[in-house]
Design a protein around this ligand. Structure first.
Ligand code: ADP
Ligand code: MG
Length: 475
């Protein structure tokens, strides 16, 4: 079957039509153009950087999940902007390891690209590094000073100073940004260096594919040739034993050759449950640094810099308003700016302080609703609904396959979303003990790596729970 990029995009759009409010669909999805399709990647071209961010943040994982369902193999959705503010084409986002695992039998797809515009990967492409995530664009404050300095040191003297460098902190505090910056810097100093950036999720998926296709040796070689390996969000490896095992060996191989390894996580090594001790202790060999939420001054500086970099004109008063009202992370700051821009473009209004105040207040309200939204009861309802079992059955002794599966998924969802302790979760499900709960959650995680249909079902339930509604553009 030969599918062109246009075909694939049309199907994807159709597939998510019902999952996204109509207004959002036309604003963000339908307005994107389709670019090249290769064996493992579909490029979308959004009309400006805000559309890029919005698509990536809100819709990429949804699109990737649908692509997996439709094509039966993973397809990375890469969103790019046709031009930077100064009119240059942006380099393609691309994973260096992509061709190891690119799907043999589907190679034909590579040639089926019609658009022509993006079919050639620019010769200066970086290994999956996002060009905007550079040191130049990283604003340093008391909250991230140490992390930034360590990252620079590592880029300067890879494998020599801190190996591994372990960066941790909450969502949206700049971990991924710093990682990419290290990659850029190293390549700027020596373009012949081999750099790979990979999320733990990709690492897992690629390993699963490689095993399935009997290509583990190629998978291994490819990673072990790197001078710098950047592995993002290792907390994702929780409970994934075979991936941890593979990563452990990759780690050792690179470490022995004094190649630099950088990993990020949402928590420090010692708090990583479900990750093998030997791996955790290696994470502690080098330097462990945290990133904290930015203080007010830093938030102002970040907003000014963003506005400058993106060529936006934002009033000082507006900047201050945003800095006051968004305190948790840099991602949140950006989200607020995006929201302001989006609303102002939809309603065709200028961003005055008054307008900003109203939009930010609205945003806060939505967030509060969202925060309180997935209650325990709600999670049970959604999962029971998705698996077509009665809610009471979840806590009962019933052991039919479907009920057991729903129960496991509900435990997993409660753990993921509410972070509730295992014993308490056990209590919710009719007094099951902590190890039963742990076993159930592991089981779900294990199956998610191997069974694409199952993963799809769980992920879509999780999405529903995390984003009860894309309220942003509901009129
Ligand atoms: P994390 O990986 O910790 O979740 P990211 O690195 O993805 O966070 O950062 C979220 C967003 O915030 C990105 O767009 C990133 O460029 C931006 N960002 C984070 N920290 C800074 C900073 N200190 N200066 C400028 N931008 C930042
Ligand atoms: Mg990140």
């Amino acid at each position: 079957m030969e599918l062109t990029s246009t075909d694939v995009w049309a199907r994807l759009q159709e597939a998510i039509r019902d999952k996204v409010p109509q207004h959002a669909h036309s604003t963000w999805i339908a307005s994107a153009e389709v670019g090249a399709l290769t064996a493992d990647e579909l490029v979308l071209e959004a009309k400006n950087p805000f559309h890029v961010e919005w698509l990536e943040d809100k819709y990429r994982s949804m699109l990737e999940a649908e692509a997996l369902r439709i094509l039966g193999r993973p397809l990375r959705i890469v969103v790019r902007c046709s031009t930077t503010p100064d009119g240059h084409p942006l380099p393609t986002l691309r994973l260096d390891v992509a061709d190891v695992i690119s799907v043999g039998s589907d190679k034909a797809d590579t040639s089926s690209d019609e658009s022509g515009t993006w079919s050639a990967i620019p010769s200066d492409h970086r290994p999956g590094l996002f060009s905007r995530y550079s040191f130049e664009r990283f604003v340093v404050g008391a909250n991230n000073q140490l992390a930034e300095a360590a990252s620079r040191a590592v880029a300067d003297k890879p494998g020599k100073m801190y190996n591994p460098l372990f960066l941790y902190g909450g969502v949206g505090l700049g971990k991924t940004h710093l990682m990419h910056a290290i990659g850029h810097e190293l390549l700027a100093l020596d373009p012949s260096r081999r750099v790979a950036y990979v999320s733990s999720e990709q690492f897992t998926n690629e390993l699963v594919m490689a095993i399935r296709q009997g290509k583990t040796a190629a998978f291994r070689d490819r990673y072990r040739r790197m001078d710098l390996l950047l592995v993002d969000d290792v907390h994702f490896l929780r409970g994934k034993e075979s991936t941890q095992e593979e990563f452990f060996h990759t780690f050792n191989a690179l470490y022995d050759m004094q190649r630099q390894i950088v990993v990020t996580s949402d928590r420090p090594p010692k708090e990583m449950e479900g990750v093998e001790q030997r791996l955790v202790s290696r994470f502690e060999w080098g330097l462990v640094v945290d990133l904290r939420p930015p203080d007010f001054e830093t938030r102002m500086a970040i907003l000014r810099k963003k506005a400058d970099d993106e060529g936006l004109v934002l009033d000082d008063d507006v900047i201050e308003l945003i800095a006051y009202s968004c305190t948790s992370s840099v991602r949140e700051l950006e989200g607020a700016v995006l929201k302001l821009l989006a609303v102002s473009s939809v309603w065709n209004q200028e961003i005055t302080p008054d307008f900003a105040r109203r939009v930010l207040a609205l945003r806060r309200q939505e967030q509060q609703q969202r925060k309180s939204a997935p209650s325990l009861q709600h999670i049970k309802e959604v999962i029971a609904g998705g698996w077509r079992v009665r809610i009471e059955a979840l806590a009962a002794k019933t052991r039919t396959r479907n009920v057991t599966e729903a129960r496991h998924v509900a435990m997993y969802a409660i753990r993921e979303i509410l972070g509730m302790p295992l014993t308490e979760i056990g209590g919710v499900f009719g007094g099951r003990d902590h190890s039963t709960v742990l076993y159930s959650i592991r089981k779900v995680e294990g199956r998610m790596t191997g069974d694409a249909d199952f993963r799809q079902r769980v992920e879509s339930a999780m999405r529903e729970l995390r984003e009860p509604a894309d309220g942003a553009f509901r009129e």
